[in-house]
Design a protein around this ligand. Structure first.
Ligand code: GDP
Ligand code: MG
Length: 295
C-alpha cells in the first residue's frame, strides 16, 4: 500500500453512562482495554484503543458517560469527553436502543460538522418486528444523521458493520501511532483499572464511586510482575467495608484482579494492596491531579 493512500483518524465513542461504550470499544479493537460494570461512571478517563491494518489506523477513544457535572471528578471526566469530541474525525454516538429519544443529549450534536454514526445498542433484547419500529422512531428524530445502526456490543450483533462505515469517513493521513501500539495508556494504568473494575463489581452504594487506585510499583521480571497498589477511599469509616470481615472482601478483589492482570499482561503477577484514605478526593482538584486527572 502506498503511504499516500493510508487512512487514519480519531473515532470518539460517546454517550450517556452505562449504554455500553466500553463494551463496544473492546469489541471494536478486539482487546479488553476498558473496564466494564453494570454501574454508571465506571469509565473515568479517555482510553484509546488503536486498530491498525494494511492501509488504515483507527484510534478509538472510549470516554466517560455524558452527565451534568456535580463535583471536580465529573468535571475532569467531561473534559475528556470534550477533548475527545474536538479531536474526532468520526463520532460514534452510542444509545441504549430501548430508551426514548432525549432532545437534551442531541442538542450537543446539533451543529457538529463531524460525521456522526448513531449506534442503537443492547438491541439483542428486542424482537425483529419491534426492532424495525425502534429504528424508525430514531430515524424520525435524527434526519441529518450520517448513519444509524442497530447493534449489540455484548453479543457482537452488527458490530462488524461499524468498521466499513468508519473507514468511509477516515481522512487520508499517515498513522498517528506506531503500527504495533494498541493504546496510549501505560501498563500501570491498566493495572489500576483492573482493580477498580473488581471494586465496581464487588461493592455497592458509595464504595465504588469513593474509590481510586494508584499503582506505586510495577516491577517486571522475566516471568513475574510485582505490582503494588494503593486503594484510596474517601473516609476512614469506609475502610472496614472495603476490607471486609477478616480481610475477606479485599482478598477477593485482590485475587480477581491478579487473575485478570495475569491474562492481560501474559505473565504471573504478584499483587500487594494497601488501603488508604484521601479525604474528599473527588472534590479537590489538586488530589485529582495527583491521581492523573486533568492531563
Ligand atoms: P458504558 O458505561 O457506556 O461504558 O457501558 P459498559 O460498556 O460499561 O456497559 C454497561 C453495562 O451494559 C454492562 O453491564 C454491560 O455488560 C452492559 N451491556 C453493554 N452492551 C450491551 C448489549 O449490547 N446488550 C446488553 N444486554 N447489555 C450490554
Ligand atoms: Mg465505560
Amino acid at each position: 500500500m502506498e503511504e499516500s493512500k493510508f487512512k487514519s483518524g480519531f473515532v470518539s465513542i460517546v454517550g450517556k453512562p452505562n449504554v455500553g461504550k466500553s463494551t463496544l470499544m473492546n469489541r471494536l479493537v478486539g482487546e479488553r482495554l476498558s473496564i466494564i460494570s453494570p454501574k454508571a461512571q465506571t469509565t473515568r478517563h479517555r482510553i484509546m484503543g488503536i486498530l491498525t491494518g494494511e492501509d488504515y489506523q483507527i484510534v478509538y477513544s472510549d470516554t466517560p458517560g455524558i452527565l451534568e457535572p456535580s463535583y471536580s471528578l465529573h468535571q475532569a471526566m467531561m473534559t475528556y469527553v470534550k477533548v475527545s469530541l474536538e479531536d474526532a474525525d468520526v463520532i460514534l454516538l452510542v444509545l441504549d436502543g430501548n430508551e426514548k429519544f432525549d432532545p437534551v443529549l442531541f442538542k450537543r450534536f446539533q451543529f457538529t460538522q463531524t460525521p456522526l454514526i448513531v449506534l442503537l445498542n443492547k438491541m439483542e433484547k428486542v424482537k425483529k418486528e419491534e426492532e424495525q419500529k425502534i429504528i424508525a422512531h430514531w430515524k424520525e428524530h435524527l434526519p441529518n444523521m450520517a448513519s444509524i445502526l442497530s447493534i449489540s456490543a455484548l453479543k457482537g450483533k452488527n458490530v462488524d458493520q461499524v468498521f466499513p462505515l468508519i473507514v468511509k469517513y477516515l481522512p487520508v493521513h499517515p498513522p498517528y501511532f506506531p503500527k504495533d501500539d494498541f493504546t496510549n495508556r501505560s501498563e500501570r494504568f491498566f493495572a489500576g483499572e483492573i482493580i477498580r473494575e473488581k471494586i465496581f463489581l464487588n461493592y455497592q452504594d458509595e464504595i465504588p464511586y469513593s474509590t481510586e487506585v494508584s499503582i506505586t510499583a510495577f516491577k517486571e521480571g522475566d516471568d513475574l510482575i510485582k505490582i503494588q497498589a494503593e486503594i484510596y477511599i474517601e473516609r476512614n469509616s469506609q475502610k472496614g467495608i472495603l476490607i471486609g470481615k477478616g480481610g475477606s472482601s479485599l482478598k477477593k478483589v485482590g485475587t480477581e484482579s491478579r487473575l485478570d492482570m495475569e491474562k492481560f499482561f501474559g505473565k504471573k503477577v504478584f499483587l500487594e494492596t494497601h488501603v488508604k484514605v484521601a479525604s474528599n478526593w473527588r472534590k479537590e482538584s489538586h488530589k485529582l491531579r495527583q491521581f492523573g486527572y486533568f492531563e
